[in-house]
Design a binder for this molecule. Sequence first.
Ligand code: FAD
Ligand code: SIN
Length: 555
Amino acid sequence: MRRGAIPLRAARAPEAEFLVIGSGVAGLRAAIELSRYGRALMLTKGHPLESSSIYAQGGVAVALSEEDDVAIHLTDTVKAGRGLCRQEAVRVLVGEGPDRIQELIAWGARFDKVGEKFAFAKEAAHSRSRILRARGDATGNEMVRVLMAQARRQKRIQWLERHFTVDLVVVGGVCRGALVLDEGTGNRAVIPASAVLLATGGAGQMYARTTNPPNATGDGMAMAFRAGAVLEDMEFVQFHPTALYLPSSPPFLLSEAIRGEGGQLRNIKGEPFMRRYHQAGALAPRDIVARAIWSEMAATRSRHVYLDVTHLDADFVKRRFPTIYSTCLRYDIDITEEWIPVSPSAHYLMGGVKTDTDGATSLPGLFAAGEVACSGVHGANRLASNSLLEGLVFGARAAQAATRFAGHVAGSVVPLPSPWDLAEGPLEAMEDADKLRSSLRRLMWGKVGLVRTRESLVSAVAQLSRWERAVARPFGTRRDLEVKNMVQVAHCIAEAALWRENSVGAHYRADCPNKQRPGWNQHSRVEADVLLSGLERSRIRRAAAGSGGKGQSAG
Ligand code: FAD
Ligand code: SIN
């Protein structure tokens, strides 16, 4: 896995009071908030529009319709979370959600309407129609468009695109900045900041089948872990039931909203099957639908089931789901005439960097919001369309908390290490990085996927530990650093999944399928043993932390 050295070239660091890492919904909303108080630097790898946020289809859940209120939204969210939500965090999400959406509308967001009123759609496990959408199935695109325009108008936000954050810089137990890599030149710089806000999104690329874009490699979780922050509930990976299954296509998402509008699931023999698994049929909670599909695929020895919308009016389908209709047509499937082959795919990580309701992590100076964070709003299973809302609500709150933190440390100038000080030896190139990435994705899919067992997890942990030791070296390129991050985050997920010896929400252990075992409502936590150095630095400590619903804060 070792190949020649890469010269380390340092660049002059730009200056900012606040550092925001990631330009999805959470990062954009956070940067806008921070710019009210000081100068914020928005750092993003690749193109700033490349994020999960921009691909969001179904919509954003918010208690704004006449038939709804925040208490009902809270109940639905907590019910979906299967006893592992932190109620305090859910209260914040549903309570502040309406204001964040109204604000977005005031900034120019155009959500779909019927006549003069907003059109609220239904999705699985929501007891009310409460999903706002834009251009049918392009909600994320619209939200990013508006947030990006708003952020670009703020003079106090600077942009550093195509800059990959390698690591957080911690001095004296406080996060003081970040080490970044210019993807174009290969130069490195340490950027100092009074507070750092992680908004790096999820880690779907860890799995061979995923709805996530290629850049969802779990970098934020890996760097927070290496810096000593606590990760929580990492075993809870949400698999979306319906991603397109074609040998020639990536697993393109087929929104749950399709089932909300009456789409039906059929097995390979053409039989509708969901009623056999849950009274809500195709609108049962996401984990139940995904596992039902898995069972049907096993029972019929097939690689997929079908999603059927052929009974719906064709014009309605084209109007309501324009992106989905045209994308499937590109793969020669006219969804108004043919059943769509679908199977589950990794979609969302409920776990992440543990935060309190203000986005504060266990590492002073480091804040996190959006999919990278685990504030406890989703528990063991995220309610559909709650994550765009989460990015807005907690992006704004984490920014406010970061400014308060910066106020406390104002004036304390701390000398930061240089990129040379931070390199633990000469930079290297990873041999066979693409092969390792692919092996990892297949391992996670096969052994740490929708259905897990003690045996599969023990073997996954052993392999991941070997890989983790092999990649515990400083690498010089974005590609290699992403693979290293994927290995570390995958290891954390597998360890947490091995620790949780029961089945709850998205975490299903075939060897212990029952939920009610002692300790079932504890949160898992993994953290690096930062007292050790070198290879052992990332040794994982597994532990339980408190029980669900108590609303404890990070620390
Ligand atoms: P992201 O939007 O993923 O943004 C992460 C940002 O961090 C990116 O800019 C990335 O480049 C940057 N970044 C990452 N690592 C680094 C690094 N090392 N250095 C610098 N920058 C870095 N949720 C809903 O609520 N409703 C939906 O309808 C919905 N549909 C979805 C459809 C799809 C296909 C997918 C994949 C997800 C969907 N979700 C939906 C989930 C939701 O979109 C995401 O959870 C949410 O957008 C995450 O936002 P975020 O800001 O936390 O992260
Ligand atoms: C979807 O449109 O099905 C995705 C919604 C979500 O993940 O919240």
